[in-house]
Design a binder for this molecule. Sequence first.
Ligand code: NAD
Ligand code: TDX
Length: 332
Amino acid sequence: MRRSLVTGGAGFIGSNFVRHLLAVADDSVTVLDKLTYAGSRSSLEGLDPDRVSVVTGDIADAVLVDRLFSGHDLVVHFAAETHNDNSLRDPGPFLHSNIVGTYTLLEAARKHGIRFHHVSTDEVYGDLELDDPARFTELTPYNPSSPYSSTKAASDLLVRAWVRSFGVRATISNCSNNYGPFQHVEKFIPRQITNVLQGQRPRLYGDGLNVRDWIHTEDHSSAVLAVIDRGTIGETYLIGADGERSNIEVVRTLLRLMGEPETAFDLVRDRVGHDRRYAIDSTRLRSELGWTPRFVDFEAGLTHTIEWYRDHSPWWEPGKEAVEALYGATGQ
Ligand code: NAD
Ligand code: TDX
């Protein structure tokens, strides 16, 4: 039985990954999570306590990390500060968790010779014009825009250097925008769903024409596992499911699915430095590792996600007011 350490396993994608791993593999899992505002034990509720344990702590705590690594075979690294808007308000925590935290984990991986998978984002490649026929590939040069994406780019480069210089057995995946259950209400899709559930209007930044390449978090999980099980050490794999949509298109679909007029949204102040478009070419992942996405019906995925938020208000309601107060302060 593989013993896996999942950092950030109490966050959105990490908790979905833990659930996925327990369902499809024999792993026992230790979650290492600082339980910041973005992490919650309740996201792991109901999982078999004989197979999952949670350690509350910081990935930048070298003593704790060293102790935990010695009992594990694999580290899957999700922990990060993840919200672009927060990184524009206060970049400090992003440097700490994303750069120093990843460095601390890499040093322990080097010492213990442990297999390491680093979870990253397509935002490291910057953005594309709306009419550009190109999509990001593993060969696209790094060109991050925000404090968030630049710290993720830095963490990717640290992983590459630790592979080359110290022989750490690591892989990297860069994924597009995820949606699904357990996503924090600060993010685009949950914010708009919970706004509508509370009788408020969705709020679109700028002209609403920015494009994101949506993937269901279950497909992200299966892709990460494919890279862990079949990927080549030292290599990078882009993860995406051909889900390009403008933000305004997503909001109109949500409103329709929730029984509201498709025009019942507000355009608000744009994000500073707002990336225009992300788009992933995942040919390598599909052709080399035989991965295919299963949740390709976006409307069906959104319908399930809406139902999940409708059924889980105790999970998201306590944090909603504070998030909206922060947005209110910037007119968003
Ligand atoms: P999230 O904000 O929902 O969860 C992050 C988790 O990390 C939280 O549980 C938090 O408590 C924990 N954490 C933060 N700092 C920590 C620290 N110093 N020590 C220990 N734990 C810490 O984020 P998410 O959306 O689930 O993203 C997970 C990973 O996937 C991140 O690395 C992110 O860059 C990457 N990613 C996210 C997306 C997306 O669309 N959300 C897309 C591609 C890649
Ligand atoms: O209220 C909003 N209105 C709006 O128009 C919010 C919160 C967002 N937006 C726009 C900004 C983006 O164009 O929606 C799009 C998606 O925004 P976010 O959910 O903040 O995601 P994004 O900035 O694209 O980054 C996400 O995908 C890549 C994750 O937050 C990152 O962690 C991941 O790396």
